[in-house]
Design a protein around this ligand. Structure first.
Ligand SMILES: *[C@@H]1O[C@H](CO)[C@@H](O)[C@H](O)[C@H]1NC(C)=O
Ligand SMILES: *[C@@H]1O[C@H](CO)[C@@H](O)[C@H](O)[C@H]1NC(C)=O
Length: 355
């Protein structure tokens, strides 16, 4: 019995190795499509739609297999975006408003994380291991990354200053922060921080839960302010060292270009693929490190835990372009929260100390 199992495992591995050496044929792709549909509980409502989706899926399989044959530091895979064209993916799942002639990100300058020659920065940090990061969330097919990107760093600074990790409401931002942002049609993280400051705080996720659709602002819930911040500031722009210093102190809201196919299908490794600086996606830097000589950022996404490395992507760090990989150092922000219990000056010792 044991022997049979071993032989089966061996045969299976052999099959996997062999099948990895050629691009899948139509029958194989058909089978992959069927199991992918089951895994993702997908149902198409017409034959035409199913045919169209199969064609896109097939093109994506082809693209992913070609990539994975190469000697790359990151792998691609058939994730939940596998039946989407690049345009559809981009439209549905990103959503930070572009820095264009109509909008400039506010500049809230600060020297807090400017680099000085005396700075000694830790080689690595991971705020997940420090209890500052809630489970990865899923924005669904709503361009609300900007809300998740804002809330992620607010949850973190709140945990750092108070010791409590509470998950906060993206939906409140989507419904109520509508002066500049447009809910599921995209928005701005800097204005979202301003909204939280001006509102005097933000509600809990469980009390103002995520629907993934644009809703009317519930004024009753908006008035419930569970967690507040005092300010927000910009990380000095186009400077990965400043971003490193900032990330060593707290998780940081950043803006990147995520519109490429390699980003769509990223599953693991250090992403050093090609991407531009046409910023379209808000995420959170929750740490950084180095693996086999390659520096990376640890980036928390909002596409569920199934995407990437359990919801995260590691992106190449310290690249030649000062904007950073996919523009990660171009528009980075962090909330400021004062210590709710500042240490009281210690009284002079009343008891004489014994030698
Ligand atoms: C794969 O890439 C790495 C890093 O660029 C390199 O060191 C290694 O020699 C390459 N291996 C092959 C088989 O090309
Ligand atoms: C707003 O929230 C309150 C408190 O949860 C609820 O009782 C009320 O029905 C909500 N209002 C609307 C218009 O949904």
């Amino acid at each position: 019995m044991k022997l049979l199992a071993m032989v089966l495992v061996l045969l299976f591995s052999l099959f996997t190795v062999l099948s990895a050496r050629h691009l899948s044929n139509n029958d194989e792709v058909n089978e992959m499509f069927s199991s992918w549909l089951v895994k993702h509980s997908k149902i198409y409502h017409s034959f035409v739609e199913k045919t169209k989706r199969f064609q896109i899926f097939k093109d994506n399989v082809n693209y992913i297999q070609q990539h994975n044959f190469g000697n790359n530091s990151y792998k691609l895979g058939l994730n939940k975006f596998a039946d989407l064209s690049l345009d559809e993916y981009h439209l549905l799942y990103t959503g930070a408003k572009k820095i264009d002639s109509k909008h400039k990100f506010n500049n809230v300058r600060s020297d807090r994380y400017s680099i000085h020659s005396s700075d000694v920065l830790p080689d690595s940090i991971d705020w997940r291991t420090k209890g500052a990061i809630a489970a990865v969330k899923d924005q669904g097919s709503c361009g609300s990354c900007w809300a998740f990107s804002t809330i992620g760093s607010v949850e973190a600074i709140n945990q750092i200053m108070t010791g409590d990790l509470v998950t906060l409401s993206e939906q409140e931002l989507i419904d109520c922060d509508t002066r500049f942002s447009q809910g599921c049609n995209g928005g701005y993280m800097d204005h979202a921080f301003e909204f939280i400051i001006n509102n005097g705080g933000i509600d809990l996720d469980k009390d103002y839960p995520y629907t993934g659709t644009d809703g009317r602002c519930n004024i009753t819930k908006k008035k419930i302010k569970v967690v507040s911040i005092d300010n927000y500031e910009d990380v000095p722009v186009n400077n990965e060292l400043a971003l490193q210093k900032a990330a060593a102190n707290q998780p940081i809201t950043v803006t990147i270009e995520a519109s490429g196919q390699d980003f769509q299908f990223y599953t693991s490794g250090i992403f050093d693929g090609s991407c531009g600086t046409n910023l379209d996606h808000g995420v959170v830097v929750v740490g950084y490190g180095t693996e086999e000589g390659k520096d990376y950022w640890i980036v928390r996404n909002s596409w569920g835990a199934e995407w990437g490395e359990e919801g995260y992507i590691r992106m190449e760090r310290n690249i030649e372009d000062k904007e950073g990989k996919c523009g990660i150092a171009m528009a980075a922000f962090y909330p400021v929260k004062y210590d709710p219990n500042p240490p009281t000056p210690s009284p002079s010792p009343s008891e004489p100390t014994h030698p």
